[in-house]
Design a protein around this ligand. Structure first.
Ligand SMILES: [Fe+2]
Ligand SMILES: [Fe+2]
Length: 255
């Protein structure tokens, strides 16, 4: 006779490769970064079990050109069906936010998105638009977040967020800087996350390792494949999120 499995014993793990800032060509030759990205993709391709998603949290390239974007896309082609991206400041420079957003969508696709993966709502949003957009652009990002998070809250569905900027680096009430969300927006977005039980905020941009928490929401920024300002080795992280218990592991994978 089979023993009846209790909910305590059941596990369903959502595995997300978290790759902040591949930023090909940052502080080294473009070719060197491209080779490392190809190695990372080969490592991901050999993972067993395979990850459910591979999320690149912005800054795909250090300098965006159509030629470099084509090489980036070719390098990640083996994981394309599982690949999700959000834009960083090197992908949508704020000098011409509207024009660069159009170019981004042509090169990479949607700049914000949401989908269900193993029952979890996985949601990417565009912090460049949130920080540097005019009132209308900023409001459209906020509306997207509010709508998504309130739907998940009603369904009592766990949410994982991906964005280029973390809300903060060290403390929720730190002063505004290049690396965080401006304080007004930060408060508003963090309040939304706390109300909606967001289970993780996966970020990039800082090029330093961060494992922070805000009212039970881990804020995670792993190592990049290029320059890490905290001298951490190059690589990426694998987030293993237990969809039953809500616990997680965040393992470093060197490249
Ligand atoms: Fe970056
Ligand atoms: Fe960045």
């Amino acid at each position: 006779m089979h023993r009846k499995e209790s909910s305590r014993e059941r596990t369903e793990v959502l595995r997300i490769v978290h790759m902040p800032d591949p930023q090909l060509g940052f502080m080294e030759e473009f070719e060197a970064s491209l080779c490392r990205l190809r190695s990372a993709v080969a490592v991901i391709g050999a993972m067993e079990p395979p990850p459910d998603r591979v999320v690149v949290c912005g800054d795909m390239l250090h300098e965006t050109t159509p030629e470099h974007a084509a090489l980036f896309k070719e390098a990640v082609r083996p994981v394309r069906s599982r690949l999700r991206m959000v834009p960083g400041n090197h992908d949508i420079p704020e000098s011409d936010l509207a024009g660069n957003t159009r170019s981004y969508r042509t090169l990479y696709g949607a700049d914000c998105w949401a989908e269900d993966v193993k029952g979890v709502r996985f949601l990417g949003f565009n912090t460049q638009a949130l920080i540097y957009g005019d009132a209308e652009v900023r409001e459209s990002q906020l509306r997207f977040l509010r709508t998504e998070l309130s739907a998940s809250r009603e369904k009592r569905q766990a949410v994982l967020l991906a964005a280029h900027h973390p809300p903060f680096v060290k403390e929720a009430d730190e002063t505004d800087s290049y690396f965080n969300l401006p304080s007004g927006l930060r408060k508003e977005v963090l309040a939304l996350c706390a109300r909606s039980g967001v289970r993780s905020w996966l970020a990039g941009h800082t090029h330093v390792f961060i494992e922070q928490s805000y009212r039970g929401m881990p804020i995670l920024t792993g190592e990049t494949l290029v320059e890490n300002f905290d001298k951490r080795p190059r690589g990426f992280r694998l987030l293993s999120f237990d969809t039953i218990s809500g616990s997680y592991r965040y393992d470093f994978i060197p490249v």
